[in-house]
Design a protein around this ligand. Sequence first.
Ligand code: HEM
Length: 500
Amino acid sequence: MLPLVLISAVALFTALCYKYIIYPGFISPFSKVPKAHFSVPLTSLWIKWKRPEGTNAIPTLLEAHRKHGPIVRLSPDELSVASLDGLRQVYTGGFEKSQEYADEFINYGTPNLVSMVQNRPHSIQKRMISHVYSKSSIHNSVDLQTLSKILLFERMFPALQSAVQGDKIVDAYGLSQALGVDFVTAFLFGIDNGTDYIRDIVARRKFMTNYWAKKDGVDTERTTEELEAYVLSLCHAAETVSEQSPTSRPVVHAQLSSQLSKSAVPPQQRDLAVASEMMDHISASIDTTTVTMTYIEWELSQNLGLQSALRKELRSLPSPLLHSLNSGKGEQIEQKLPDPKELDALPLLNAVLKEVLRVYPPSAALLDRVTPPGGAVIEGYDIPGGITVGTSAKIMHLNEKVFSNAESFKPERWLSDGSEQSVNRIKQMNRWFWSFGSGGRMCIGNHFAIHMLKTIVAAIYTNYETTIVADEGIEPEDAFVALPVGRKLVLKLNPVDEGT
Ligand code: HEM
């Protein structure tokens, strides 16, 4: 009797070992994928240990990719991919988002572009608004030019000028945050209904406190309620703006409302569907703009030669973004903005922005997708269905074979000398540049963001020279959005005379 029990126990033990250890660890096709650590086919303990307190372990993953190549297994059900082929398969291959997006980014209990897991409803909603964010719409938008002029000439320049008349010190981090919210809310709701956080610092701090508490899961119910009520009030105000508004129209709000009214979404659900999408765009703009503006200013403030070359280029525009109070002679200069296409064509401005987005990608974490039920072949490996797979822009951007001396900030790498070799080199870097993602889920606001950031940089650096006063904790956080750890950049501002 005893040997029979023993034999059965040994057989059961062997079968379990085979099923849970030997097959997944050594025999299955999936087991052939290079492993970041020997334990990853069996347990997710290693990657959890590498990701304390919600961090992403991007430095660890970078090391693993440098050692093992473009595909690395991180746990029994997670992969990291860093190659052009991988991007094509995962992000343009119709893989859906992971459930975490639905849980984390939903507003008003109603889905929006970021939180929609399934591709079909997502692409229907995206088509409704993608037109207003297209490059040609952004470059030709009278509303965007109108609101930019008001935000810069009536709000930002007076704030900078009063700093210059005082101790010349500017909270550049806080101003970047304010610009990120004010620009996007003006485009969503019209300038009269948008926020005014450039001037109203108390309101900005209150909003940001709620925004961060919601993101960090602190006092979520109250902060979510306050934020949602506030954004809903902006939506209701936008509904009252007439088409002939002398300032600016609620471009995105109006577009989505009108498209939803022609759709199958029941009228009683439209209000919240629009509000959820608007909140989504505000969240997508705040931190990404803050990160990018902060690092542009930080890099430029350390390199006065680069600043001066950029200023020369900005002042070479047919209509440079000069600020009258800066003339030094007291006379008024006509308040006008450069032509968006001419601004966009400036090579050095483009190179500085591109290099900041490369070295400091705001969304540096793995952007997770899930392999379809039937599985997929990625980088030549058979991957079963239901596996989470992601790519990090930061890892893509630190590939030494594509970006020589990849960790260094070198805007000149994006400047062409016209030779075939440099044209091809830049083409190749562009293929690997992934700050806005790619495929059907690529950032809808990329042209808006690029235009806004170039306009703000032109406004500041045509008129002022900046140097660093305080930048403790400037290094990027290893988080979903890579804000500076210290949330701080204080600059000294010096007006630069027109002739300089
Ligand atoms: C430097 C600025 C920005 C960067 C680096 C950036 C980056 C990204 C990235 C990487 C994604 C893809 C996320 C994923 O695949 O999971 C994304 C999506 C998105 N972004 Fe941006 N973003 C920026 C600015 C903006 C702005 C200003 C807006 C709003 C006007 C915006 C709205 C969105 C929306 C709505 C999505 C979801 C798109 C979709 O699922 O189809 N972003 N962004």
